[in-house]
Design a protein around this ligand. Sequence first.
Ligand code: ZN
Length: 273
Amino acid sequence: MEVTFLETGRFFADGGAMFGAVPKTAWCRRYPSDEQNGCILAMRSLLIKVGDRLILVDTGAGEKHLKKLAWYRFFGYRDWRELLREQGYAPADVTDVVLTHLHFDHCAGCTYRREGSLALTFPQARHWVSRRQWENFKHPHPLEQASFFPEDMFPVEQAGLLHVLDAPAALCPGVWLDQADGHTPGQLVPRLTDDGVCLVFAGDVIPLAASVSPEWISAYDLAPTVSYDAKLRLLDEAARTRRQICFCHDAYTPSARIRKTAGGLFVLEREQN
Ligand SMILES: [Zn+2]
């Protein structure tokens, strides 16, 4: 198995929103922000080559919404054709696209505008999403609605390339898709296990290395108490199995191992306390 981290661009998110009830005096010691309280977030995807499969996890915000979402101050946009070419692939080589969830910063890259209509970025790929996330996308709660754009996913469904998962499942040997609630229902959490690879893509369950404390929960999460439980489960398992955690939104720490201290705190392995 070969795993590559790829970034499709960056944007600014409000620090208060990213850290929820945690006061700025505490989070500013773990994550930098600018004079507008903006924190730079990455949009990190995984490219996995395993056997005859070429799997992509998350597709970023794409380009088509960037103007109307100007308050996020997107920058450094990268096109998938270009990113894949650098890795020796073309978009049509991608066999599977795993979408952790359908917020635009994770799935909008699945479609793009071509001569006034929408085209699929990965025209040969099966696109995987959980059943509960798909239902949620079709019938969103008003509080979550602004994060979903029909044009990101309905063309995928219309092309017959949408595959919904009812339960946690193996995508192929070495790639397990777990599910976690809290941020949004049925978020897929890919776990990779292979010779020399032991990694979990934490998605928005743990978006930043700074969010490894279970109670540091983003204000974007629909159900913080549920997020807490999901995160604790993920952290406990990652610490026990010495699994690397990929933080999809962290602009400074793409991944890290964590450990549990004698006092029950989760810290990045490189930290001492
Ligand atoms: Zn996100």
